[in-house]
Design a protein around this ligand. Sequence first.
Ligand SMILES: Nc1ncnc2c1ncn2[C@@H]1O[C@H](COP(=O)(O)OP(=O)(O)OP(=O)(O)O)[C@@H](O)[C@H]1O
Ligand SMILES: O=P(O)(O)OC[C@H]1O[C@H](OP(=O)(O)OP(=O)(O)O)[C@H](O)[C@@H]1O
Ligand SMILES: [Mg+2]
Length: 285
Amino acid sequence: MLRIAVPNKGSLSGPAAEMLHEAGYQQRRESKELRIVDPENEVEFFYLRPRDIAIYVSSGKLDIGITGRDLLIDSGANAEEILPLGFARSTFRYATKPGTAKGVEDLGGMTVATSYEGIVAKHLADNGVDAAVVHLDGAVETAIELGVAEVIADVVETGTSLRNAGLEVIGEPIMKSEAVVIRRTGADGEDAAESKVQQFLRRLQGVLVARTYVMMDYDCRVEQLEKAVALTPGLESPTVSPLHNEGWVAVRAMVPAKEAQRIMDDLYDIGARAILTTAIHACRL
Ligand SMILES: Nc1ncnc2c1ncn2[C@@H]1O[C@H](COP(=O)(O)OP(=O)(O)OP(=O)(O)O)[C@@H](O)[C@H]1O
Ligand SMILES: O=P(O)(O)OC[C@H]1O[C@H](OP(=O)(O)OP(=O)(O)O)[C@H](O)[C@@H]1O
Ligand SMILES: [Mg+2]
């Protein structure tokens, strides 16, 4: 039975459960459930605090987990990222009251409040900056107003929390984060659960592809085929089938959903017709 850690709260929890559900796994019915067994898929899910997941996975008691890249790095745990999942995207940044500092190089002698001490202490040390770090559990934006620190380092997504606190980001982002699947460093290949892990990853990759690609079908004249195929190269290579009308072919290829409308316009302009896109519900590459 594959043992998987899933975030039980916060920004990662809802989207992670949704992705697992789309991948065909049973998920808990109520937020109080701490573990469930999905016997058909031979998987057991443990609902844990996102911050603790890398620690459980590095201990080897759980095979894999879903957490944030920033949380993984902050934990310093012996676990590595094996698949980025594209949700809970954020940057991790310093912020101050306007006029306090321009970048990390100005932070010497100041106090930085953060929930991510591991990331911040390393970033300060890597930049040769001697600053104090104070740990807060959350809502760190308020720490400056209340005089606990001159600087904060926190997750920034839309920037609304910073604006509301009258703060602005300084310097370059310390890191970019998103949800990731992790496993114990070096576990690859040595694990009895290896084939189940690979199957789990293929299922999640299938969900990612189904979310980001659409299937495109169109008809075009044989003379235009090379130009058309250059616009829709597909993942491997498009399927081309003869039409009953001589001199025409039907083409089928996966295209990135975000570019579908532009590609349809470009295909139309070179003479393709009957251009259709359809959603992909699930796939295995
Ligand atoms: N507003 C946000 N937008 C996108 N990702 C976010 C946001 N806030 C936190 N994250 C990401 O979620 C993960 C943090 O998990 P955590 O459970 O602490 O989230 P949270 O939303 O801060 O939850 P809580 O505040 O309940 O502890 C990190 O990977 C972080 O980058
Ligand atoms: O840039 P934004 O879109 O405003 O998002 C970033 C905010 O979201 C998270 O806070 P959360 O609501 O999880 O509260 P917390 O600080 O208590 O973790 C994060 O810690 C930031 O405060
Ligand atoms: Mg939070």
